[in-house]
Design a protein around this ligand. Structure first.
Ligand code: 4NP
Length: 163
């Protein structure tokens, strides 16, 4: 099993979008049995809540279902439990670096900087206080970086002879 954790601030907009998009892409490629996906927030404010209705609606327009997802806060154990800990922006990354125990296995990384292909920007902007365009842009960025991540994981699985 390869385990992927997407992290933003509230775990109700950007990281649930990445979670739903990546899960969908894994299912489309027949890889869902080999990869576990989760998402979390650096803040606890929305723990237990559904994704933001604007994220749910924008994702549904493109065929992604975010309705089963519930927010949780990132915890120190995540850096041993997950193989990828992917931050949506530089603040999230900084907070994750503070949270990670020194001896824990997985270093957090910026999702776009690591895996985006069509977009040059390194961060997924926080759409929470903005308009509908921000939620579309989150989807555009996340879809692109999910394709890059999927290729990376596909190569790993093939290298291990799993697929
Ligand atoms: P997210 O967006 O980090 O993409 O889930 C936010 C959600 C909530 C808040 C800020 C950003 N908030 O301030 O409550």
């Amino acid at each position: 099993m390869i385990r992927v954790l997407f992290v933003c601030l509230g775990n109700i907009c950007r990281s649930p979008t990445a979670h739903g998009v990546f899960q969908h892409k894994l299912e489309q490629r027949g890889l869902a049995a080999y990869v576990e996906v989760d998402s979390a927030g650096t803040a606890a404010w929305h723990a237990g809540k559904s994704a933001d209705a604007r994220s749910v609606a924008a994702a549904a327009e493109r065929g992604y279902d975010l309705t089963p997802l519930r927010a949780r806060q990132a915890v120190a154990q995540d850096f041993d439990a997950f193989d990828y800990v992917l931050a949506m922006d530089a603040d999230n990354l900084h907070n994750l670096q503070q949270l990670k125990p020194a001896a824990a296995r997985t270093e957090p990384a910026l999702f776009l900087a690591s895996f985006a292909r069509d977009f040059q920007q390194e961060e997924v902007p926080d759409p929470y206080y903005g308009g509908a365009d921000g939620f579309e842009q989150v989807l555009n960025l996340v879809e692109d970086a999910c394709d890059g991540l999927l290729d990376d994981i596909t190569r790993q699985l093939a290298g291990k002879g799993v697929i």
